[in-house]
Write a protein that binds this ligand. Structure first.
Ligand code: NAD
Length: 497
């Protein structure tokens, strides 16, 4: 039965059985050392589970299993059309367990159940299905060789992939990696964030149920500095794919250099500009979108539109519209289907976000909305969506990724200035521009140094287009056929005829 009311979801939460062990070679197992860590729900601060805390020994075991499975070939050499069928079954099983997975996600990281059920879980299944469906439709190449030669340009799986993922869209970020990694025939060791390990642990069994051979997908929950570091330094991991902060991304490049020069593909942070020009086609729509761009998922979104650049001539008219639109984003219990802003992931994130709000105040920016913690009596970690006006791009709240619902408003006088401010950041993940002028839109799209640019919308996209960052937002791309590049080696074979 599909749960639909707040009371239904609370009831299901009470009845939920939570698997909290690691998954190696098709079996749930405790960490080798028997260690665990507490998994706490940000909804109310209660302990959900004691989760296996993996370390070096578990990494060694899982990588050895992944290597053996890869070499054995049951998956890596399976005909693409067969692998496709298994991937599609895997996607279908994720969909069939939508309520259970959504509930785990919500309890674990505090996002609204409506989003977990409506965005995260379907998005995860789509990522698996899309990559699976594509895999028997991509062809290799024949080179333009002289007449007496045959040159084949082929792609082959890299071998063992370690995937380290964050907590903001726990299963979806994992599936953006798992889709192309598995479809191309690799074996994978997945390390979910210690702040949100539960859905990754659960789907490992669904992969087996779908027909992915044991040992092809292994899941190691645990801390970054223990099992994450062990994977990143491992001499037998061929490729490391990562989504998370720029700080950790840089560290992973060092680990790769210090070990086996494994390929490292990084999807990191952002501080994305959302530029609203005076000639925007619909200011009301732009205001609603700006509110959603900072409040959705509690602002814990890599592409959050956290810098709102507004043309000075419309600022006094436009900002009240944004304030009004933000009133529609109200923190509440994430298990209530009416809630659209949930809890921040943990006390550390709560303190970080409140610290940035203090910094904004002390640097002289003015609070137009929100500005503090709320619903403290629940024991959970809730922050009011907050708008700062009078921000300069030099302020801390404009330069650093806050990863919470805190919007910085910066005024500009013309498009050139807007683009200059927009690009004045170490990041380059996404940017948006609102204008009815076609050539201005194209000019901005070309000039903005970001992996995704949106015109007259914010956060559009699906599996068909690549997603990733310029500059310190990362390298490589998730989604689309371009993602396959990260999981395959390119080989040239020359045959004398
Ligand atoms: P984080 O960098 O703190 O952690 C990410 C993962 O890395 C976790 O699994 C963590 O355990 C692991 N880790 C930490 N230290 C490690 C180490 N020394 N060695 C190996 N692994 C280590 O990031 P987070 O707080 O989980 O996630 C938030 C960040 O993710 C934000 O910066 C956000 O912008 C970014 N993000 C980016 C994208 C994207 O596609 N570009 C998408 C979502 C989130």
């Amino acid at each position: 039965m599909t749960a639909s009311t707040f009371a239904d979801w609370q009831q299901r939460a009470r009845e939920l059985t939570i698997e909290s062990r690691a998954f190696i070679e098709g079996q749930y197992v405790p960490a080798a050392a028997g260690a665990t860590f507490e998994c706490i729900s940000p909804i109310d601060g209660r302990v959900l589970a004691q989760v296996a805390s993996c370390d070096q020994a578990d990494a060694d075991r899982a990588v050895a299993v992944a290597r053996r499975t890869f070499e054995a070939g049951a998956w890596s050499r399976m005909a693409p059309a067969k692998r496709k069928a298994v991937m599609i079954r895997f996607a279908e099983l994720i969909e069939a367990h939508r309520d259970e997975l959504a509930l785990l996600e919500t309890l674990d990281m505090g996002k609204p159940i409506s989003d977990a059920r409506g965005v995260d879980i379907p998005g995860s299944a789509r990522a698996i299905r899309w990559s699976g469906e594509a895999i028997d439709k991509v062809y290799d190449e024949v080179a333009a060789t002289p007449h007496d030669q045959l040159g084949l340009v082929t792609r082959e799986p890299v071998g063992v992939v370690a995937a380290i993922v964050p907590w903001n869209f726990p299963l979806m970020m994992a599936c953006w990696k798992l889709g192309p990694a598995l479809a191309t025939g690799n074996s994978v060791v997945l390390k979910p964030s210690e702040k949100s390990p539960l859905t990754a642990i659960r789907v490992a069994q669904l992969a087996i149920d779908a027909g992915i051979p044991a040992g092809v997908l292994n899941v190691l929950p645990g801390y970054g500095h223990t099992v994450g570091k062990a994977l990143a330094l491992h001499m037998d991991v061929d490729t490391l794919v990562f989504t998370g902060s720029t700080r950790v991304a840089k560290q992973l490049m060092i680990y790769a250099g210090e070990s086996n020069m494994k390929r490292v593909w990084l999807e990191a942070g952002g501080k994305s500009p959302n530029i609203v020009c005076a000639d925007a086609p619909d200011l009301e729509a732009a205001a609603k979108s700006a509110a959603g761009a900072i409040a959705f998922n509690q602002g814990e979104v890599c592409t959050a539109g956290s810098r709102l650049l507004v043309e000075r001539s419309i600022k006094d008219r436009f900002l009240p519209m944004v304030v009004e639109a933000l009133k529609g984003w109200k923190p509440g219990n994430p298990l209530d289907p009416a809630t659209n802003v949930g809890a921040l992931v943990d006390t550390q994130q709560l303190e970080t976000v409140l610290g940035y709000i203090d910094a904004g105040r002390s640097e002289g920016a003015q609070v137009l909305a929100g500005g503090g913690r709320t619903l403290q009596e629940t024991g959970g970690y809730y922050v009011e969506p907050t708008i700062f006006d009078g921000v300069s791009n030099a302020m801390k709240i404009a330069r650093e990724e806050i990863f919470g619902p805190v919007l910085s408003v910066i005024a500009f006088d013309d498009l050139d200035e807007a683009i200059r401010i927009a690009n004045d950041t170490p990041y380059g993940l996404a940017a948006a521009v609102w204008t009815a002028n076609l050539s201005k839109a194209h000019r901005a799209a070309r000039a903005l140094r970001a992996g995704s640019v949106w015109v007259n919308q914010y956060d559009g996209g699906d599996m068909t287009a690549p997603f990733g960052g310029f500059k310190q937002s990362g390298n490589g791309r998730d989604k689309s056929l371009h993602a396959f590049d990260k999981y395959t080696e390119l080989k040239a074979t020359w045959i004398q005829l």
